[in-house]
Design a protein around this ligand. Structure first.
Ligand code: DGP
Length: 113
């Protein structure tokens, strides 16, 4: 989508520190880190949010999970990390392109705020 920040990161129009990439997903450092390790994992397909994904997105949703686990391994965070998606403005979603936050490197409290 032409006015989507994350689509612009995928196309290279906006720079980001890429951690991992494959044909379907991109992992890159969050601009506003909330933990020593804070990576965003996104589909290259523009999906607005998890709530708007449908059965046709089943494969990409699986690939996102595996990309997140691989990203955690690459960053040596596989023993303790959190994967979270904010779906909808009320949940804190500020970018309307599905993304998972991978957080690690500090004590992660539960429940989250
Ligand atoms: P959320 O609030 O769940 O929609 O998370 C959006 C995240 O995206 C937020 O943690 C900050 C990050 N972000 C926003 N714009 C950019 C950008 O241009 N580059 C990078 N690397 N991250 C961004």
């Amino acid at each position: 989508m032409s006015d989507c920040i994350f689509c612009k990161i995928i196309s290279g129009e906006i720079k980001a520190k890429i951690i991992r990439e494959d044909s379907f997903t991109l992992s890159f450092l969050d601009l506003n880190p909330q933990a020593p390790t804070h990576v965003l994992i996104i589909p290259k397909k523009h999906i607005v949010s998890l709530a708007s994904a449908d059965e046709g997105d089943m494969e990409i949703l699986g690939r996102l999970q595996l990309a997140a686990a691989e990203t955690a391994r690459l960053l040596k965070a596989e023993k303790a990390f959190r994967l979270v998606t904010n779906s909808g403005k009320g949940a804190g979603q500020s970018v309307d392109h599905l993304h998972y936050h991978l957080l690690a490197g500090r004590k992660l409290l539960w429940p989250p705020g």
